[in-house]
Design a protein. Structure first.
Lengths: 53, 311
């Protein structure tokens, strides 16, 4: 599998929320925030699925 | 512990209601006399009747059955805590059902005239110059309700006993309007109309000390913040030719943000993306994931409900 690009379409309010989250030190920039969200979201779903088994 | 000073006492007879000036720091006790009686309740800012209790906001914050430790909130854009439920010996109140009305008793039961909460409220509020159109959705004390599997609200009988009560502490000066629910052919008050006792107390320092703080935010706007602060005084609606829309944050502008996903990230994404909703629109699915994650990690209230803890 090779790298893929997904292009998010975000309005100014959604970007503001991301930027305020970044300003708290959660991630370095917008791209890093999306990557963090993906990793944490996937990990939480995986953990929930394992617990349910 | 100091005892509360009684300011006034009144028995509400069946078929009646009473508008009471309840000042900040006063407590209204609505109490069962015989047991088994529902009370409907309206509440207005005493100094600006356009600020009134909003059951929609209240049920979003506290659920369908507000009880001890919850607030009664005013409607947007005010959204302030008007009352605090200091004590509730039953824990069975309702913000699902609207007030019963004359229409209900005519349409469903064939009554030309019947006691009903809307008209009782309107008559009680008339003492303060309000009209039948000013009656708002009621907070229904002692009303036993739920939602069935079909999504319909239902009501059933109550088990309240003499002396059971709800204590409402005013957090601002309000006009509090309780009434004896007019429903004697429904289960709400166990098929009978009974009196209710009302007592107004001055809250003690201990009462006040137990009230949690709530936020003071810029979004809690009052008439001084309105583009149109004047209350409309006639009935027809006419277009303002000078009107120019000023919707906040418009125009909504969309910006593209490309995200390169490594193979392991693609695998993660494919495992959790909501293809059932977004199909092959990965951009929409990733945006959903981003804000779903944000809600789970940072939101301090149910989605769509405001956080009410003061910072």
């Amino acid at each position: 599998m090779t790298e893929a690009v997904v292009t998010l379409r975000l309005n100014q309010q959604q970007l503001e929320l991301m930027d305020r989250t970044i300003a708290q030190g959660v991630a370095a920039d917008r791209v890093a925030l999306v990557r963090l969200a993906l990793r944490e979201y996937a990990a939480s779903r995986k953990a929930a699925a394992e617990t349910a088994r | 512990m100091t005892s509360r000073q009684v300011i006034s006492e009144l028995v509400l007879e069946p078929g009646t209601g009473k508008a009471i000036e309840l000042l900040k720091g006063h407590i209204l006790r609505v109490e069962q006399v015989e047991g088994g009686q529902c009370a409907d309740f309206n509440c207005f800012n005493l100094h600006d009747y356009k600020e009134f209790m909003h059951c929609g906001r209240t049920r979003t914050v506290h659920g369908f059955h507000p009880t001890t430790g919850t607030f009664m909130w005013s409607a947007p854009p005010r959204e302030r805590a008007m009352l605090y439920i200091l004590e509730d010996t039953v824990g069975q109140n309702d913000v699902l059902f609207p007030r019963c009305s004359a229409y209900v008793y005519e349409a469903s039961y064939g009554f030309a005239v019947h006691t009903n909460c809307h008209d009782i409220q309107a008559e009680a509020q008339r003492e303060y110059g309000l009209t039948p159109d000013d009656v708002h959705d009621s907070f229904n004390l002692f009303m036993c309700t739920g939602v069935d599997q079909d999504g319909h609200a239902f009501m059933t009988r109550q088990t309240t006993k003499p002396g059971d009560h709800v204590d409402l502490l005013a957090l601002m000066d309000v006009l509090a309007v309780p009434n004896v629910c007019g429903a004697d052919v429904m289960k709400t008050s166990n098929f009978a109309l009974k009196p209710l006792k009302l007592t107004v107390f001055a809250a003690t320092e201990a009462d006040l000390a137990g009230v949690p703080g709530t936020p003071t935010l810029a979004s809690q706007r009052t008439p001084k913040d309105f583009r149109n602060p004047a209350i409309k005084s006639d009935r027809p609606l006419r277009r303002d030719p000078a009107y120019k829309p000023e919707f906040p944050n418009t125009p909504i502008v969309v910006t593209e943000l490309p995200i390169s996903l490594a193979p392991d990230e693609i695998a993660m994404f494919n495992a959790v993306k909501r293809a059932d909703i977004y199909g092959d629109d990965d951009a929409a699915a990733l945006r959903d994931l981003l804000f779903s994650w944000w809600e789970e990690r940072f939101l301090q209230a149910h989605a769509g409900a405001p956080a009410i803890e003061s910072k």
